[in-house]
Design a protein around this ligand. Structure first.
Ligand code: HEC
Ligand code: HEC
Length: 481
């Protein structure tokens, strides 16, 4: 870490600490290594866990104003970097934040430095046809580059000592995680790996940051994840694709604080409003399908859906029910890499979590497959499957048509013309391997190649046995959820 950084007075002090720490580490590491493998939970219904009550309105405010991440860029440097690039704002925020992009909060640190810090909407908010939708996973977020590049550029605009110290702290964290969070394709999210990297640099008992990793570092080729929408949480007993987030969800959601919250009392202060944020998240409704619907066809689709899909995905409307089912990977057949990462290397991370403040009222129990999610608002959340490997719902329902290598044609969710109202998803074009050879780097970032590790579009063949007409009816029905 820190090898390609500009040298500054503070940097030298940091490097010295780093060298001393490495020396200390090599001379006294006698503890036996932690077992890396984990036993996964068997498939089946996931039981509910008790949740703390909260106030949704207070939760929205906390989400969009508080400093639960704990570090960011000095506001002055951010403004210089941003220049006059247009931003998407969100109404109903406090004065300090109302002119910021919806995914940044304005805060002041203990030294009086004004900072802009990322909020949860960096991944869990996106624009849909011109409006910011809180809770919609951002499928256009670009994690393909080195995150340190922009932070280093911002650093050049800083002259004040207090600002330099705040910047340094943020830049160091970004430099530490940077090798573990770079993805080949725009939209693929590295959050899981990001969390594992942060745990590795933190003492689980004191929560103090360590300049050297205390645990094995995660892979530098993270399995891609498509960010699930928040409105599912009102139905879900466990968080995450593997159903690992059991126990108190509010505490689990605070994992973003691993970035820069280094002290227990600060975590406790965040925990006071965490149940409010959770209450807000569980109050969210999915966006309503904004195009026309053939209601007769949708009704036929409902019947087919209830016969073919409801056992796993539940029922909707007046007789709403949701089984919270973890489906075994052998039955499902979708890409196993995310599950295998937990199974083969998850031991130290689970143990870290258990010892930490985050683990006091939660359990980490990854499953031997993936949770069948509620399908509310599913039309708005493409691409599909946990790894975002399948561009539209029509392709989910007919596995023989899924493109092997494809390029997204949309660069955000603003333009209705980019949305495919027949197949449900953002428009794409299939690409051959030869064609990829003549693409420039901006186009290559939009290529999803299902042959890559973790990127397979296999499995979930539950729609294959339906006729073309039946599948069309199910698609019509899904528009109504
Ligand atoms: C860097 C991107 C990123 C940030 C920032 C982030 N999340 Fe997430 N979040 C994800 C991803 C990716 C998943 C899915 C992980 C999985 O299932 O393996 C997820 C899952 C979740 C879930 C579970 C959803 C479900 O259906 O199981 C909740 C709830 C959640 N996040 C809340 C939050 C909150 C609250 C914050 C801010 C404190 C936050 N997240 C910050 C990327 C992010
Ligand atoms: C045996 C259980 C099971 C059945 C039956 C089933 N599904 Fe699924 N479905 C799942 C699981 C598990 C996932 C998550 C798979 C993954 O992400 O790898 C999923 C994912 C999906 C997704 C993508 C969700 C997302 O957020 O990307 C859609 C859409 C979907 N199913 C629709 C259907 C429809 C429509 C049917 C009926 C034709 C159906 N499923 C039948 C278990 C099932």
């Amino acid at each position: 870490m820190n090898t390609d950084r500009q040298s500054r007075p503070l940097r030298h002090a940091g490097l010295l600490v780093l060298i001393l720490a490495v020396g200390a580490c090599t001379s006294e590491s006698s503890d036996p290594p932690l077992p890396r493998a984990l036993t996964l939970q068997a498939a089946g219904p996931i039981p509910a866990s008790p949740q703390r009550e909260g106030d949704a309105a207070r939760g929205r405010e906390a989400l969009l104003t508080e400093n639960y991440v704990g570090c960011g860029l000095p506001a002055s440097a951010w403004r210089q970097l941003q220049g006059s690039t247009p931003i998407a704002t969100l109404s109903g925020r406090n004065e300090a934040s109302e002119n910021l992009p919806y995914f940044l909060n304005a805060v002041t640190d203990d030294d009086g430095v004004d900072l802009v810090v990322n909020n949860c909407l960096s991944c869990h908010g996106a624009t849909l046809f011109g409006e910011v939708v809180i809770g919609l996973g951002n499928e256009f977020a670009d994690f393909t580059g080195n995150p340190s590049t922009a932070v280093e550029r911002a650093g050049l605009a800083i002259s004040d000592m207090a600002e330099a110290a705040a910047w340094e702290r943020y830049a160091d964290r970004i430099a530490a995680i940077s090798p573990h969070v770079q993805m080949p394709t725009i939209g693929s999210n590295p959050a899981n790996n990001l969390t594992f990297a942060l745990m590795a640099y933190r003492d689980p008992d004191t929560h103090a940051w360590s300049d050297t990793p205390l645990l094995p570092l995660p892979t530098q080729q993270p399995p891609p994840v498509s960010v699930p929408p928040w409105w599912r949480m009102k139905k879900k007993h466990a968080m995450f694709n593997l159903g690992e987030g059991r126990g108190d969800h509010a505490r689990y959601m605070m994992a973003a604080s691993m970035m820069c919250i280094d002290e227990l009392d600060e975590l406790q202060a965040i925990d006071e409003y965490a149940p409010d944020i959770r209450a807000y998240i569980t109050s969210l409704e999915p966006p309503i399908w904004p195009f026309s619907i053939d209601t007769g066809l949708a009704e036929k689709g409902q019947t087919i859906f209830e016969q073919t899909c409801s056992a796993c995905h539940g029922r909707y409307g007046e007789t709403s029910e949701y089984p919270n089912l973890l489906v075994d990977i052998e039955v499902l057949g979708s890409d196993p890499a995310l599950m295998e990462q937990a199974r083969d290397t998850g031991g130290p991370w689970v143990e870290w979590f258990r010892r930490s403040y985050y683990g006091k009222n939660t359990q980490v129990l990854p499953g031997s497959g993936y949770v069948a999610p509620p399908l509310d608002g599913i039309w708005a959340t493409g691409p599909y499957l946990h790894n975002g490997s399948v561009p539209t719902i029509a392709h989910v329902l007919d596995s023989s048509t899924r493109p092997e290598i494809w390029m997204s044609l949309a660069s955000d969710g603003n333009d209705r013309a980019d949305y495919d109202t027949e197949r449900l998803g953002w428009r794409y074009k299939p690409v051959t391997l030869e064609q990829t050879e003549s693409l420039d780097s901006n186009e290559l970032k939009r290529i999803y190649n299902t042959n890559r590790h973790g990127h397979s579009n296999s499995g979930h063949r539950f729609g294959d046995a339906l006729s073309e007409a039946e599948r069309a009816a199910v698609v019509e029905y899904l528009k109504t959820l």
